[in-house]
Design a protein around this ligand. Sequence first.
Ligand code: ADP
Ligand code: ASP
Ligand code: MG
Length: 438
Amino acid sequence: MNQTKVVKFGGSSLADAKQFKKVAAIVKAEASRRFVVASAPGKRFSEDIKITDMLYACYDKAAKGHNFDKEFKAIEDRFNSIISELGLDLSLESEFENIKDAFAHRAGRDFAASRGEYLNSMVLANYLGYEFIDPAGYIFFDESGVFDLERTISVLSPKLAETDCAVIPGFYGAMPNDTIKTFSRGGSDVTGSIVARAVNASIYENWTDVSGFLICDPRIIDSPKPITTITYRELRELAYMGAGVLHEDAIFPVRTVGIPINIRNTNHPEDAGTMIVSETAESSKYTITGIAGKKGFSVIQIEKDMMNSEKGFGRNVLRALEKNDVCFEHMPSGIDTMSVIVSTDSLVGKEKSVLDEITFRVHPDKMEIENNLALIAVVGRGMRKARGTAGKLFSALAEARVNVKMIDQGSSELNIIIGVEEEDFETATKAIYDTFVK
Ligand code: ADP
Ligand code: ASP
Ligand code: MG
């Protein structure tokens, strides 16, 4: 069996020289940790700014034609202090010069953001004595900006097969015209997964600043219990709904081939962390596996008598959204009512044209948009077997005096999604946690 491990280190794991030392100790502890995917330096303390955000801000100034020397210098300083504190024989001066020049020539926001992982991986490769591989030549997007797995694997696999050990920057690849394109924020997780797939790794270790996936966001619940094992599907539901530990798209490259992902803590490497697997016979300790949620949703409430006997009603509503380039998240419906949940951001500036288009297509009796909705997903493979989960959930929310505005139970019985007022979000999450976990 292939014993190669792919290890990805997030921004906080590589924020300064002290963290680099922990990373090197982890990599060197096992010879199988041959391929390392690195993020840009993240926050060293809570008010600190991530290099990625500094790069965006710096480039935005450059693109407006303003002087950006000060912003650029602050970025250089962060890398230089890591290099000097590690005592490396490495200079990034010529790289800085090239990047600065590219900024002045408006090389693009994606290019700008990607330089954080690019430079950090150069430093890490030098420190570890590993080869540096630039994903610009190995990770590809298609003409429409969609990641191209097939083309990527066909070029990346042979390259890595002839490489002993390498550091590969996360977060970006190239478009067919060779310009740099990034994944969405947090996308180094996706790169790690792609590399794991390319070398058919025995495991993809994702090293971060928490000891695994916790049942709930630690910023809402104080010290939530950890999850030992979670399935790809459960994880995707939670990640999509805001459990930010792992990028929601990171499971796709490894899912079909069943490479497990292990979330680990760089600051506590002795902890086992969370295993993310395709199937598990292990039943979860609680009925639910996790809770996650997000604010920033709007609901379009549509009422029309007898709508459910009107053929094509739902399709026409969705076509109105499609015409305005708005995706829908959920669409619970009753006999004479339908609610379409969309993200508020996607609706900005389009409210009127969406409502006009729906009116034109289905002539509702009444229709309105309500903002400030938060969605909470309660996810768990154990809910299929347990009776009364929904009942328990709603009595907990009623007791906490939370008004539930929407309910959607996924057809897989893997999740229940509820919509609440944004101001009730934290209270609702705590009430659910206390009922199922405490
Ligand atoms: P990295 O920089 O290593 O990629 P991230 O900041 O992307 O790390 O992800 C780790 C963070 O995710 C944690 O510090 C924590 O604040 C947050 N988080 C949100 N939901 C959860 C959860 N359910 N379990 C663990 N961490 C969570
Ligand atoms: N550095 C990028 C970000 O901050 C990508 C990542 O860290 O995964 O989003
Ligand atoms: Mg991350």
